[in-house]
Design a protein around this ligand. Structure first.
Ligand code: NDP
Length: 291
Protein backbone atom coordinates (compact mmCIF):
# COMPACT_ATOMS: atom_id res chain seq x y z
CA UNK A 1 0.00 0.00 0.00
CA UNK A 2 1.29 3.47 -0.85
CA UNK A 3 1.14 6.42 1.51
CA UNK A 4 -2.35 7.77 2.31
CA UNK A 5 -3.72 4.20 2.32
CA UNK A 6 -4.02 3.97 -1.44
CA UNK A 7 -3.06 0.85 -3.38
CA UNK A 8 -1.50 1.26 -6.83
CA UNK A 9 -2.92 -1.31 -9.24
CA UNK A 10 -2.39 -2.38 -12.84
CA UNK A 11 -5.52 -3.44 -14.74
CA UNK A 12 -5.24 -5.53 -17.91
CA UNK A 13 -8.37 -5.36 -20.05
CA UNK A 14 -10.62 -2.39 -20.66
CA UNK A 15 -13.77 -4.02 -21.90
CA UNK A 16 -17.06 -3.18 -20.22
CA UNK A 17 -16.03 -4.85 -16.95
CA UNK A 18 -12.36 -3.83 -16.89
CA UNK A 19 -13.35 -0.20 -17.48
CA UNK A 20 -15.87 -0.36 -14.61
CA UNK A 21 -13.15 -1.77 -12.31
CA UNK A 22 -10.73 1.00 -13.26
CA UNK A 23 -13.38 3.66 -12.73
CA UNK A 24 -14.16 2.31 -9.25
CA UNK A 25 -10.46 2.29 -8.32
CA UNK A 26 -9.94 5.83 -9.62
CA UNK A 27 -13.06 7.11 -7.87
CA UNK A 28 -11.60 5.85 -4.57
CA UNK A 29 -8.26 7.50 -5.30
CA UNK A 30 -6.18 4.39 -6.03
CA UNK A 31 -3.52 5.01 -8.69
CA UNK A 32 -4.22 2.85 -11.77
CA UNK A 33 -2.06 1.82 -14.69
CA UNK A 34 -4.29 0.41 -17.45
CA UNK A 35 -3.53 -1.64 -20.53
CA UNK A 36 -5.81 -2.87 -23.30
CA UNK A 37 -5.05 -4.76 -26.52
CA UNK A 38 -6.98 -2.14 -28.49
CA UNK A 39 -5.32 1.03 -27.27
CA UNK A 40 -8.16 3.39 -28.19
CA UNK A 41 -10.35 1.90 -25.43
CA UNK A 42 -7.93 3.35 -22.85
CA UNK A 43 -8.76 6.96 -23.72
CA UNK A 44 -11.83 7.11 -21.47
CA UNK A 45 -9.97 5.93 -18.35
CA UNK A 46 -6.96 8.11 -19.21
CA UNK A 47 -9.29 11.11 -19.14
CA UNK A 48 -10.31 10.08 -15.62
CA UNK A 49 -6.72 9.92 -14.39
CA UNK A 50 -5.42 6.44 -15.21
CA UNK A 51 -1.88 6.05 -16.53
CA UNK A 52 -1.98 4.11 -19.77
CA UNK A 53 0.71 1.52 -20.49
CA UNK A 54 1.47 1.13 -24.16
CA UNK A 55 2.96 -2.35 -23.72
CA UNK A 56 2.13 -5.25 -21.48
CA UNK A 57 5.71 -5.16 -20.10
CA UNK A 58 5.22 -1.54 -19.08
CA UNK A 59 1.92 -2.46 -17.39
CA UNK A 60 3.52 -5.30 -15.40
CA UNK A 61 6.49 -3.20 -14.37
CA UNK A 62 4.27 -0.39 -13.06
CA UNK A 63 2.76 -2.18 -10.04
CA UNK A 64 3.01 -5.30 -7.90
CA UNK A 65 -0.74 -5.88 -7.99
CA UNK A 66 -1.98 -6.80 -11.46
CA UNK A 67 -5.69 -7.37 -12.10
CA UNK A 68 -6.61 -9.18 -15.31
CA UNK A 69 -10.16 -8.88 -16.65
CA UNK A 70 -10.09 -10.23 -20.19
CA UNK A 71 -12.56 -12.22 -22.25
CA UNK A 72 -11.50 -15.72 -21.16
CA UNK A 73 -8.52 -17.64 -19.76
CA UNK A 74 -7.12 -18.25 -23.25
CA UNK A 75 -6.86 -14.50 -23.77
CA UNK A 76 -5.14 -14.12 -20.38
CA UNK A 77 -2.54 -16.67 -21.47
CA UNK A 78 -2.27 -15.02 -24.88
CA UNK A 79 -1.45 -11.72 -23.17
CA UNK A 80 0.82 -13.02 -20.40
CA UNK A 81 2.65 -15.98 -21.97
CA UNK A 82 5.01 -13.81 -24.03
CA UNK A 83 6.03 -11.86 -20.88
CA UNK A 84 5.86 -14.78 -18.43
CA UNK A 85 9.29 -14.06 -16.94
CA UNK A 86 8.13 -10.57 -15.98
CA UNK A 87 5.46 -11.99 -13.67
CA UNK A 88 8.07 -12.82 -11.02
CA UNK A 89 7.21 -10.97 -7.82
CA UNK A 90 3.80 -9.85 -9.14
CA UNK A 91 0.50 -10.48 -7.37
CA UNK A 92 -1.84 -11.57 -10.14
CA UNK A 93 -5.58 -11.22 -9.50
CA UNK A 94 -7.56 -12.82 -12.30
CA UNK A 95 -11.18 -11.65 -12.50
CA UNK A 96 -11.76 -13.26 -15.89
CA UNK A 97 -14.67 -15.71 -15.99
CA UNK A 98 -13.55 -19.35 -16.08
CA UNK A 99 -13.85 -22.80 -14.56
CA UNK A 100 -12.32 -24.12 -11.30
CA UNK A 101 -9.93 -26.23 -13.39
CA UNK A 102 -8.76 -23.22 -15.38
CA UNK A 103 -8.21 -21.24 -12.17
CA UNK A 104 -6.13 -24.03 -10.60
CA UNK A 105 -4.06 -24.38 -13.78
CA UNK A 106 -3.42 -20.64 -13.97
CA UNK A 107 -2.54 -20.48 -10.28
CA UNK A 108 0.04 -23.28 -10.65
CA UNK A 109 1.41 -21.62 -13.78
CA UNK A 110 1.73 -18.21 -12.09
CA UNK A 111 3.29 -19.67 -8.94
CA UNK A 112 5.79 -21.56 -11.10
CA UNK A 113 6.88 -18.18 -12.42
CA UNK A 114 7.28 -16.69 -8.95
CA UNK A 115 3.96 -14.81 -8.91
CA UNK A 116 1.26 -15.12 -6.25
CA UNK A 117 -2.24 -15.79 -7.55
CA UNK A 118 -5.76 -14.84 -6.49
CA UNK A 119 -8.79 -15.80 -8.56
CA UNK A 120 -12.08 -13.92 -8.56
CA UNK A 121 -15.64 -14.44 -9.75
CA UNK A 122 -17.58 -11.23 -10.34
CA UNK A 123 -21.26 -11.41 -9.37
CA UNK A 124 -22.31 -8.14 -10.99
CA UNK A 125 -22.78 -6.42 -14.32
CA UNK A 126 -20.54 -3.40 -15.01
CA UNK A 127 -22.95 -0.68 -13.83
CA UNK A 128 -23.17 -2.41 -10.43
CA UNK A 129 -19.40 -2.23 -9.86
CA UNK A 130 -18.62 0.24 -7.09
CA UNK A 131 -22.09 -0.15 -5.54
CA UNK A 132 -23.14 -2.32 -2.59
CA UNK A 133 -25.18 -4.47 -5.02
CA UNK A 134 -21.97 -5.96 -6.47
CA UNK A 135 -19.96 -8.69 -4.85
CA UNK A 136 -16.97 -10.75 -5.88
CA UNK A 137 -15.89 -14.21 -4.76
CA UNK A 138 -12.13 -14.58 -4.23
CA UNK A 139 -9.97 -17.62 -3.60
CA UNK A 140 -6.29 -18.43 -3.81
CA UNK A 141 -3.49 -16.49 -2.12
CA UNK A 142 -4.68 -15.02 1.17
CA UNK A 143 -1.58 -12.81 1.12
CA UNK A 144 -2.65 -11.21 -2.14
CA UNK A 145 -6.21 -10.83 -0.89
CA UNK A 146 -4.98 -9.04 2.23
CA UNK A 147 -2.52 -6.87 0.32
CA UNK A 148 -5.07 -5.80 -2.30
CA UNK A 149 -8.05 -5.60 0.05
CA UNK A 150 -8.51 -1.81 0.09
CA UNK A 151 -8.48 -1.77 -3.71
CA UNK A 152 -10.80 -4.80 -3.99
CA UNK A 153 -13.26 -3.19 -1.57
CA UNK A 154 -13.91 -0.46 -4.13
CA UNK A 155 -15.62 -2.95 -6.48
CA UNK A 156 -18.33 -4.03 -4.01
CA UNK A 157 -18.71 -6.72 -1.37
CA UNK A 158 -15.99 -9.36 -1.03
CA UNK A 159 -16.23 -13.02 -0.09
CA UNK A 160 -12.86 -14.78 0.37
CA UNK A 161 -13.43 -18.53 0.18
CA UNK A 162 -10.01 -19.97 0.96
CA UNK A 163 -6.70 -21.04 -0.53
CA UNK A 164 -8.02 -23.29 -3.32
CA UNK A 165 -8.10 -20.97 -6.38
CA UNK A 166 -10.91 -23.07 -7.89
CA UNK A 167 -13.40 -22.14 -5.16
CA UNK A 168 -14.21 -18.66 -6.47
CA UNK A 169 -15.17 -19.83 -9.99
CA UNK A 170 -16.95 -22.83 -8.46
CA UNK A 171 -19.22 -20.57 -6.40
CA UNK A 172 -19.59 -18.14 -9.32
CA UNK A 173 -20.69 -20.92 -11.67
CA UNK A 174 -22.99 -22.48 -9.06
CA UNK A 175 -24.83 -19.16 -8.71
CA UNK A 176 -24.97 -18.80 -12.50
CA UNK A 177 -26.36 -22.35 -12.73
CA UNK A 178 -29.14 -21.36 -10.34
CA UNK A 179 -29.77 -18.22 -12.38
CA UNK A 180 -29.99 -20.05 -15.70
CA UNK A 181 -32.29 -22.69 -14.22
CA UNK A 182 -34.53 -19.84 -13.07
CA UNK A 183 -34.42 -18.24 -16.53
CA UNK A 184 -35.31 -21.57 -18.15
CA UNK A 185 -38.54 -21.67 -16.16
CA UNK A 186 -39.31 -17.99 -16.71
CA UNK A 187 -38.78 -18.22 -20.48
CA UNK A 188 -40.96 -21.34 -20.72
CA UNK A 189 -43.74 -19.80 -18.60
CA UNK A 190 -43.90 -16.60 -20.69
CA UNK A 191 -43.85 -18.63 -23.93
CA UNK A 192 -46.71 -20.80 -22.73
CA UNK A 193 -49.06 -18.00 -21.65
CA UNK A 194 -48.01 -15.95 -24.68
CA UNK A 195 -49.24 -18.77 -26.93
CA UNK A 196 -52.75 -18.03 -25.63
CA UNK A 197 -52.39 -14.28 -26.17
CA UNK A 198 -51.63 -13.43 -22.52
CA UNK A 199 -49.28 -10.48 -22.35
CA UNK A 200 -46.03 -11.11 -20.46
CA UNK A 201 -46.55 -7.88 -18.50
CA UNK A 202 -49.94 -9.12 -17.35
CA UNK A 203 -48.52 -12.50 -16.26
CA UNK A 204 -45.38 -11.13 -14.61
CA UNK A 205 -46.90 -10.41 -11.16
CA UNK A 206 -48.31 -13.95 -10.98
CA UNK A 207 -44.97 -15.46 -11.97
CA UNK A 208 -43.08 -13.30 -9.50
CA UNK A 209 -45.41 -14.23 -6.65
CA UNK A 210 -45.18 -17.94 -7.44
CA UNK A 211 -41.39 -17.98 -7.75
CA UNK A 212 -40.97 -15.94 -4.57
CA UNK A 213 -43.15 -18.48 -2.75
CA UNK A 214 -41.13 -21.39 -4.18
CA UNK A 215 -37.90 -19.70 -3.12
CA UNK A 216 -38.96 -20.38 0.45
CA UNK A 217 -38.14 -24.06 -0.07
CA UNK A 218 -34.47 -23.38 -0.77
CA UNK A 219 -33.17 -23.72 2.80
CA UNK A 220 -35.31 -26.80 3.48
CA UNK A 221 -33.83 -28.44 0.37
CA UNK A 222 -30.34 -27.60 1.62
CA UNK A 223 -31.06 -29.37 4.90
CA UNK A 224 -32.33 -32.45 3.05
CA UNK A 225 -29.19 -32.53 0.89
CA UNK A 226 -26.81 -32.07 3.82
CA UNK A 227 -28.64 -34.74 5.85
CA UNK A 228 -28.99 -37.09 2.85
CA UNK A 229 -32.63 -37.44 3.93
CA UNK A 230 -35.17 -37.01 1.14
CA UNK A 231 -37.88 -38.94 3.00
CA UNK A 232 -38.87 -36.79 6.00
CA UNK A 233 -41.59 -34.10 5.68
CA UNK A 234 -42.34 -34.84 2.03
CA UNK A 235 -45.37 -32.82 0.96
CA UNK A 236 -45.15 -33.38 -2.82
CA UNK A 237 -43.45 -36.68 -3.52
CA UNK A 238 -41.48 -37.23 -6.70
CA UNK A 239 -43.76 -40.09 -7.79
CA UNK A 240 -46.70 -37.69 -7.98
CA UNK A 241 -44.55 -34.99 -9.64
CA UNK A 242 -43.12 -37.40 -12.23
CA UNK A 243 -46.69 -38.38 -13.17
CA UNK A 244 -47.79 -34.74 -13.57
CA UNK A 245 -44.61 -33.39 -15.18
CA UNK A 246 -45.39 -34.76 -18.70
CA UNK A 247 -48.34 -32.35 -18.73
CA UNK A 248 -45.84 -29.48 -18.91
CA UNK A 249 -44.36 -30.78 -22.15
CA UNK A 250 -47.73 -31.87 -23.54
CA UNK A 251 -49.32 -28.48 -22.84
CA UNK A 252 -46.38 -26.76 -24.51
CA UNK A 253 -46.56 -28.98 -27.61
CA UNK A 254 -50.36 -28.52 -27.81
CA UNK A 255 -49.86 -24.75 -27.74
CA UNK A 256 -47.19 -24.86 -30.44
CA UNK A 257 -44.36 -24.19 -27.97
CA UNK A 258 -41.16 -26.24 -27.82
CA UNK A 259 -40.69 -28.31 -24.68
CA UNK A 260 -36.93 -28.70 -25.16
CA UNK A 261 -36.08 -26.68 -22.06
CA UNK A 262 -38.21 -29.00 -19.91
CA UNK A 263 -37.38 -32.53 -20.98
CA UNK A 264 -34.06 -33.23 -19.17
CA UNK A 265 -35.69 -33.14 -15.73
CA UNK A 266 -38.39 -35.63 -16.79
CA UNK A 267 -35.88 -38.39 -17.49
CA UNK A 268 -34.12 -37.81 -14.15
CA UNK A 269 -37.42 -37.88 -12.26
CA UNK A 270 -38.46 -41.09 -14.02
CA UNK A 271 -35.11 -42.71 -13.22
CA UNK A 272 -35.39 -41.75 -9.55
CA UNK A 273 -38.90 -43.19 -9.31
CA UNK A 274 -37.83 -46.37 -11.15
CA UNK A 275 -35.09 -46.85 -8.56
CA UNK A 276 -37.65 -46.91 -5.75
CA UNK A 277 -37.55 -43.29 -4.51
CA UNK A 278 -41.09 -42.34 -5.58
CA UNK A 279 -42.20 -41.45 -2.05
CA UNK A 280 -39.26 -39.11 -1.52
CA UNK A 281 -38.73 -35.43 -2.27
CA UNK A 282 -37.88 -34.13 -5.76
CA UNK A 283 -34.60 -32.73 -4.47
CA UNK A 284 -33.25 -36.31 -4.23
CA UNK A 285 -32.64 -36.05 -8.00
CA UNK A 286 -29.34 -34.48 -6.96
CA UNK A 287 -28.06 -38.02 -6.25
CA UNK A 288 -28.33 -38.83 -9.97
CA UNK A 289 -26.12 -35.87 -10.91
CA UNK A 290 -23.14 -37.28 -9.02
CA UNK A 291 -20.99 -39.13 -11.53
P1 NDP B 1 -15.73 -7.30 -23.16
O1 NDP B 1 -16.10 -8.14 -24.33
O2 NDP B 1 -16.38 -5.97 -23.00
O3 NDP B 1 -14.16 -7.06 -23.13
C1 NDP B 1 -13.26 -8.12 -23.39
C2 NDP B 1 -11.87 -7.67 -23.06
O4 NDP B 1 -10.98 -8.76 -23.33
C3 NDP B 1 -11.39 -6.51 -23.90
O5 NDP B 1 -10.52 -5.74 -23.13
C4 NDP B 1 -10.66 -7.21 -25.03
O6 NDP B 1 -9.69 -6.41 -25.64
C5 NDP B 1 -9.98 -8.31 -24.25
N1 NDP B 1 -9.56 -9.43 -25.09
C6 NDP B 1 -10.34 -10.36 -25.67
N2 NDP B 1 -9.58 -11.26 -26.32
C7 NDP B 1 -8.30 -10.88 -26.15
C8 NDP B 1 -7.05 -11.41 -26.57
N3 NDP B 1 -6.98 -12.52 -27.28
N4 NDP B 1 -5.93 -10.75 -26.19
C9 NDP B 1 -6.01 -9.62 -25.45
N5 NDP B 1 -7.14 -9.07 -25.02
C10 NDP B 1 -8.27 -9.71 -25.36
O7 NDP B 1 -16.00 -8.21 -21.87
P2 NDP B 1 -16.24 -7.72 -20.36
O8 NDP B 1 -15.28 -6.65 -20.04
O9 NDP B 1 -17.68 -7.51 -20.15
O10 NDP B 1 -15.86 -9.06 -19.58
C11 NDP B 1 -14.54 -9.32 -19.14
C12 NDP B 1 -14.59 -10.53 -18.20
O11 NDP B 1 -15.47 -10.25 -17.11
C13 NDP B 1 -15.13 -11.78 -18.90
O12 NDP B 1 -14.42 -12.92 -18.48
C14 NDP B 1 -16.57 -11.84 -18.43
O13 NDP B 1 -17.11 -13.15 -18.45
C15 NDP B 1 -16.44 -11.29 -17.01
N6 NDP B 1 -17.70 -10.77 -16.50
C16 NDP B 1 -18.41 -9.87 -17.24
C17 NDP B 1 -19.65 -9.45 -16.79
C18 NDP B 1 -20.47 -8.49 -17.59
O14 NDP B 1 -21.67 -8.36 -17.29
N7 NDP B 1 -19.91 -7.76 -18.56
C19 NDP B 1 -20.22 -9.96 -15.52
C20 NDP B 1 -19.32 -10.83 -14.78
C21 NDP B 1 -18.14 -11.24 -15.28
P3 NDP B 1 -10.04 -5.52 -26.96
O15 NDP B 1 -10.67 -4.26 -26.46
O16 NDP B 1 -8.75 -5.33 -27.62
O17 NDP B 1 -11.01 -6.36 -27.79
Amino acid sequence: MSEHGKTPVTVLGLGAMGTALVEALLAAGHPVTAWNRTASWAEAVAAQGASVASTISEALAANTIVIACLLDYDSVHEVLDPVAAELEGRQLINLTNGTPGQAREMSAWAEGLGAAYLDGGIMAVPPMIGTPAAFIFYSGSGTVFGHARTALDTFGGVNYLGADPGLAPLHDIALLSGMYGYFVGVIQAYALVGSAGVKAREFAPLLRGWLDAMGGFLERSAEQIDDGDYVTDVVSNIGMQAAAYPNLAQAAEDQGISAELLTPLQSLMDKRVARGHGAEDLIGVIELLKK
